[in-house]
Write a protein that binds this ligand. Structure first.
Ligand SMILES: [Zn+2]
Length: 279
């Protein structure tokens, strides 16, 4: 994560102070820095109720929880904390800003990638199923991690990059691209339950979505083979498919994405550094 020193310092100061209670104790502990694209796990006293941006956050009986901040989140983000027997208290979380890579590609034939009406209908239907698979908020425990790399290979695309085609801004890239060889195994980075397993979506090709609990899901796209089925329980390291070039791609790679309550986050922030060497 590339943070400017000032932003990092401000974020660290915030963690030390923002969730401090009036009695000087820290009722809620965050195990990371609220930053654009960050998934942040934390602990609250058992029985605490939490809401981020007014939306309830699942808190386990032992107080474990997780929250996330989108690519364009500017903050401050309101976190409502209701400890047992205490009135609700509203805390404002500052969100550290990040810089995004801009990739400009000019001279493309206009209309080269404009889907026709039939394709648009298919894309909309698939989008609904993807949204549903990412919308869950289950009691699964995989969110606690640790998360491992799902595949090995050179990083060919990072989270948050902005593509500008013929001067037209396109949706930012919200995943991590790992350019492993076609056919190489893709493994669950943490425990979870498969919520979607599709052999051929329009943009994403062979796709699997895994639910790690508390609104945390991971997505694997462009798979040459899908080796998981909906409802299947995966342990860390279990194979779920193989790297491929299905869907709209120019070469074989794994598109690996992370979501919290449907918000796309940066999976790189969860993974051990450095990346394992590719084959
Ligand atoms: Zn990608």
């Amino acid at each position: 994560m590339r943070l400017r020193p000032f932003a990092l310092l401000a974020a660290l100061l915030l963690i030390a102070t923002a969730v401090r209670g009036a009695d000087g104790l820290l009722p809620v502990r965050l195990d990371g820095t609220p930053a654009q694209g960050a998934l942040v796990r934390g602990h609250a006293p058992p029985g605490t109720l939490l809401a981020l941006r007014g939306k309830p956050v699942r808190v386990d009986p032992d107080g474990a929880f997780v929250i996330g901040f989108g690519r364009d989140e500017t903050g401050p983000v309101p976190l409502e904390i209701t400890a047992p027997g205490a009135p609700p208290r509203l805390e404002a979380l500052a969100v550290a800003k990040r810089d995004w890579v801009v990739q400009r590609i000019d001279g493309l034939p206009p209309g080269q990638v404009t889907p026709d009406a039939a394709a648009l209908e298919r894309i909309r239907a698939e989008q609904k199923r993807l949204d549903t698979a990412r919308a869950g908020d289950s009691a699964e425990q995989g969110f606690r991690g640790p998360f491992a790399w799902p595949a090995t290979g050179p990083i060919s695309g990072v989270y948050g990059s902005q593509r500008v085609l013929n001067g037209q801004p396109r949706a930012p890239h919200v995943g991590l691209d790992i350019a492993g060889p076609e056919g190489a195994p893709v493994r669950a980075p943490a425990a979870g339950v498969v919520r979607l397993a599709e052999p051929d979506l329009f943009f994403l090709g062979g796709t699997v979505i895994v639910d790690h609990g508390h609104g945390v899901t991971t997505l694997y796209a462009h798979l040459s083979a899908v080796e998981a089925r909906p409802g299947q329980r995966l342990g860390p390291g279990d194979a779920l498919g193989r790297i491929g070039k299905t869907g709209r791609v120019t070469g074989a790679h794994l598109h690996f994405a992370l979501y919290w309550q449907g918000i796309a986050l940066d999976p790189a922030g969860l993974l051990p550094r450095p990346a394992p060497p590719g084959d």
